[in-house]
Write a protein that binds this ligand. Sequence first.
Ligand code: UDP
Ligand code: MG
Length: 321
Amino acid sequence: MSDSPQLDLSIVIPVYNEELNLPTLFTRLYPVLDALGRRYEVIFTNDGSADRSLALLREQHARRPDVTRVIDFNANYGQHMAIMAAFERVRGAVIVTLDADLQNPPEEIPKLLEKIDAGHDYVGGFRLHRQDSFFRKYASRLINYVREKTTSIEMTDQGCMLRAYSRQIIDAIVRSGAINTFIPALAYSFSGNPAEVGVKHEERHAGVSNYSFYGLVRLNFDLITGFSLAPLQYFTMFAGLSSLGSLALVVLLLIRRFAFNLDRETFGVFTLFAILFFLLSVAMIGIGLIGEYVGRTYQVVRARQRYFVREMLETSGKVEG
Ligand code: UDP
Ligand code: MG
């Protein structure tokens, strides 16, 4: 990874059950790349697909062995791990990530490269006329807002995976060895000169999104806890304010009871229960949050191998370890 780049461009594509999209992706992507006149490679990571994706990738590797490399995971480790594995092996000076489902048209790649050539080290795509479900669109607007408020990452569209990076940034990402990381955000934090371009967005060519509602919640939770301690700090502030509030309430009740001789029957049990339940729920949120950070620390400390490559298909270059 740290040797100097041998190629101009590496395209990185994670693939999970994309048998219906791969043939079209191949026929649209390669001509765009051939027309660039740059020395390039395409790295596909088969992320434990259960369909014919691997077989199709093998065929493509046989057709274009000079420019195609395939990393085959033994199981499904998720989109970001699939991208990381490719990052660890890239040979290009510029790296472009792309989804396999053709939501990001390969024809837009030259636009990103123009910005890189103009001297930017990070070019994020943002989706013009986003073609996703109503729910996805609004959920991601909300999460964009939360991210903006809690982290210092400025990004028009965090969910767009059509992005270009300079090699230095990719090397920094690989060195940081982050787990559960959100690659565009991490890259942004390393970038000295970021830019954005609008890119077309199409409906998923075929098949359905691999993200369940739960998957999206996890991803965004990772994004926020992975890049800032703000949730923890907000929690502490909230806990501080609410204990002040409950203290004030207790004082108020005491004054009513003893200075004005009110509330003689109800004073006590109910009020205390209410306060107790409230504090208990605050404590539970806190424990959950602390658990999140402790869990992250544990994952890093444990340093377990993050993914397992069953096979590497490549014809040129070094032998993989
Ligand atoms: N993907 C992957 N592993 C997974 C889920 C998805 O490699 O566990 C790939 C998938 O093949 C696609 C990209 O990540 O190339 C984006 O996935 P998807 O289109 O399902 O996500 P969405 O566009 O709905 O955010
Ligand atoms: Mg998609």
